[in-house]
Design a protein around this ligand. Structure first.
Ligand code: AMP
Length: 214
């Protein structure tokens, strides 16, 4: 099974992908995570991507499609993939078709999480994670039980993504509207698109996704 999870930043793609990984043994292919790892490691791709990401703009199609191809090559043939944050442009959508066809794979579902933009800005600008174990928190919706201490590992260092500030988030949302939403008709024509209310609580969203892929 190969699935694309589409939705603007903060729609919950990462959380839902993680749940699909846990329940179905799929592999999450998040170009955002791959790029952040490249930035952290200081690779040539990371050096090229850093400023673009901090501005909330899109990294080049060639770079992200190459990352996706490499990750698929490293997977077992029988393992399904969840594409999280990819494709984000029409050229990426076409590249993905070619990448999948070359590997004897096909897309089963494209699931778009529909969300309210103002609520998203609040969601994204409030989020932070434990620097040690990666557990996610939120200033308003999910604070640690003891301020400054991670519920899961007891760590005291927390971090925020540099692109989770309001101005960058607005740019990322505009990029989504201008460049990513226009790829939906490609998949609509194949009859594989489903829409889910991404503002519902996380368990409802998970249940809706499960119903689609069942
Ligand atoms: P994300 O974690 O998916 O929100 O991605 C964070 C940032 O990484 C984006 O704002 C872009 O700068 C870059 N990025 C991630 N995925 C892609 C992609 N498929 N195409 C272009 N840029 C991407």
């Amino acid at each position: 099974m190969n699935i694309i999870l589409l939705g603007p930043p903060g729609a919950g793609k990462g959380t839902q992908s993680q749940r699909l990984v846990d329940r179905h043994g799929l592999k999450q292919l998040s170009t955002g995570d791959m790029l952040r790892a490249a930035v952290k490691a200081g690779t040539p791709v990371g050096l090229q991507a850093k400023a673009v990401m901090e501005a909330g703009q899109l990294v080049s199609d060639e770079i992200v499609s190459a990352l996706i191809g490499d990750e698929l090559d490293a997977m077992g043939e029988g393992q399904g993939a969840i594409f999280d944050g990819y494709p984000r442009t029409t050229p990426q959508a076409h590249a993905l078709d070619a990448i999948l066809a070359e590997r004897g794979r096909r897309l089963d579902h494209v699931i778009e999480l529909d969300v309210d933009e103002d609520a998203l800005v609040e969601r994204i600008t409030g989020r932070f994670t434990c620097g040690a174990c990666g557990k996610g928190y939120h200033d308003q919706f999910e604070r640690p039980a003891v301020d400054g201490t991670c519920d899961r590992c007891g760590g005291h260092e927390f971090k925020r993504r540099p692109d989770d500030n309001e101005q960058t988030v607005r740019t990322r949302l505009a990029e989504y509207r201008a460049k990513t939403q226009p790829i939906l008709p490609i998949y609509d024509a194949r009859g594989i698109v489903a829409h889910i209310d991404g503002m519902a609580d996380m368990d409802h969203v998970t249940a809706a996704i499960e119903a689609i892929i069942a």
